[in-house]
Ligand binder design. Structure first.
Ligand code: PLP
Length: 380
């Protein structure tokens, strides 16, 4: 297929290199080295320091959330977000099967059980249509929340994920969650910089979690953040992720089962410098997205773009091939030419830990699973 070869030239030309081109690599062209050096000189490399505080303020500023808490990684942010939403042992949490493993694992770490509902074709994220249908069929409102009639378990939260930075239909999901008294927690790990109706993703639900892993839009090496508009939950988030220790000059008294999920100041230093570049990265990624859009349109290949009412960060860009065979050819040819491309995740219920979980028909998830391929998406 010559369109694959044309795409290879486009990518090589965009990044001006003959070397291997990864899917997403970090760029360090701002104050990264300066802040890291400052941190080392200060000796405050570990769990407290000025950059941790600065990072939290920057995240509040960027997202508009009233509280942001720095944590050790995105997985931990989701684990704690769910706990703060009230998820307990043997509860259920509704999410999508088309996601990265961390979404489902965060549910399991709380002793809860995921229920996998289908995604929308336009967002690739949890579908309000299928959430509504599921709750009509299985939901039962009781005094302490919504129960799943088929399992007898409480549905303690609903956690959609903004796939590759494309926001889900948050208003519709939010309305359903309100109606059924289910807290909405956003897995916004991939969507830093993505907006829904002008609001930052992660701020529409009760709590949101972000990741600053090396492959995300901006990185702290490893890191995460919990954001919320509830000052009470924000304070709780800080408390639980810093070992639930009562403030005291020298006494060690902990009154809850907390975690050591603190983001080291060394990582926060990197994160602060990276957040200063966030806008530039987003602008550059959007330029590439526009280039891809024009190119794939002429080649007759579907390039996934943001939908009305949303602004995507274009974290990982992707094409939708016509079938599995075309996908294999695309993957094989590009990777053989040193252009990294990768299929979307295996659906969660294909994995042994989650094979037994309740799920609906998954028509859209299975359709996308066979067709979606990520293509190089780094800022230059
Ligand atoms: C990256 C990611 C996470 C977890 O982030 P880590 O920082 O790697 O722990 C969670 N959910 C999704 C959807 C992600 O892509």
């Amino acid at each position: 297929m010559s369109s694959i070869e044309n795409m290879i030239s486009l990518v090589r030309d965009h990044y001006s290199t003959d070397k291997f081109i990864p899917l997403h690599e970090p760029r360090f062209r701002g104050n990264e080295k300066k802040y890291l050096e400052e941190t080392i000189d200060s000796t405050f490399v570990s769990s407290v320091g000025v950059f941790v505080d600065r990072f939290e303020l920057m995240m509040q500023d960027i997202t508009g959330a009233s509280k942001a808490v720095a944590v050790v990684n995105g997985s931990a942010s989701l684990q704690v977000a769910l706990r703060l939403a009230g998820v307990k042992q043997n509860d259920e949490v509704i999410t999508q099967a088309l996601t990265f493993i961390a979404t489902a694992n965060a549910i399991s770490y709380n002793g809860a059980i995921p229920v996998f509902l289908d995604v929308d074709l336009d967002t690739m994220g949890l579908s309000p249509k299928y959430l509504g249908e599921f709750l009509e069929e299985f939901g039962e409102l009781r005094e302490d929340g919504c129960y799943n009639k088929s399992t007898g378990r409480r549905i303690a939260a609903c956690m959609p994920m903004h796939t590759f930075g494309f926001p889900v239909h948050l208003d519709e999901l939010s309305a359903l969650c309100n109606k059924w008294h289910i807290p909405l927690v956003e897995d916004a790990a991939e969507s830093l910089g993505s907006l829904y109706k002008g609001k930052h993703t992660g701020t529409i639900g009760l709590i949101g979690g972000f990741s600053f892993n090396g492959n995300k839009v901006v990185t702290s090496g490893g890191g995460g953040a919990i954001i919320t508009n509830s000052n009470e939950l924000g304070t709780q988030a800080k408390y639980l992720t810093t070992t639930a220790k009562r403030p005291h000059a020298f006494e060690f008294f902990h009154d809850d089962l907390g975690y050591n999920f603190r983001m080291p100041n060394l990582n926060a230093a990197l994160a602060c410098a990276q957040l200063e570049s966030l806008n530039d990265f987003l602008i550059d990624k959007r330029k590439l997205a526009e280039k891809y859009a024009v190119f794939f349109e002429t080649e007759g290949i579907k390039f996934r773009q943001e939908i009305p009412d949303t602004k995507a960060n274009y974290w990982l860009m992707c094409v939708e091939l016509n079938d599995k065979k075309e996908r294999e050819e695309f993957l094989t040819t590009t990777n053989a030419h040193g252009i990294m491309t990768r299929p979307i995740w295996n659906l969660m219920y294909r994995l042994p830990m989650y094979a037994h979980c309740q799920r609906d028909a998954q028509k859209n998830a299975e359709y996308l699973e066979e067709r979606i391929v990520n293509i190089p998406s780094s800022a230059r």
